[in-house]
Structures are given as C-alpha cells and as structure tokens.
Design a protein around this ligand. Structure first.
Ligand SMILES: [Zn+2]
Length: 74
C-alpha cells in the first residue's frame, strides 16, 4: 500500500491500542465520549484492548487502519 501523504511504500502490521480510542472533531479535554455527531468512538472495552490491521509509513509517520473491523486480542 502506498502512503496517501508522501506516496512511499507503507508497512503492513497491527495497530494495538488500549481500552479507549476516539476520533473526535475537536480535542476533548477530559472524557473521550462523543460530543459531536461526527465524533467516532473507535474502541471502548473496559478490561481489554483492541487491535486493528493497518499500515504505517515510516517516512512521514502516517498510520492508517480499519477501525470498523477490530480484531480480538488473543
Ligand atoms: Zn508517508
């Protein structure tokens, strides 16, 4: 996969994250829960973490991953 930012080859792998991940339209200072209808709660699991298939560009730092299909931790 080519990086959408710089065009270099991206490396496939897994984004492994903690129990709460949000992509919010504005930066929330305390709680990550959605405030705007365009906010996306990517992962919310109390006692586990979540993994995603993804790609990383080591040239410019861009990471892409499929947040709609998380993988269960082993
Ligand atoms: Zn790049």
């Amino acid at each position: 996969m080519k990086c959408g930012h710089c065009g270099k080859d991206m490396q496939a792998g897994f984004l492994q994250a903690g129990n709460l991940i949000a992509f919010n339209k504005t930066r929330h200072k305390i709680f990550l829960n959605p405030k705007d209808e365009e906010d996306v709660m990517i992962a919310k699991r109390l006692y586990a973490s979540t993994d995603f298939r993804g790609y990383i560009c080591k040239e410019c730092g861009l990471v892409t991953f499929d947040y709609q299909h998380p993988l269960r931790r082993f």
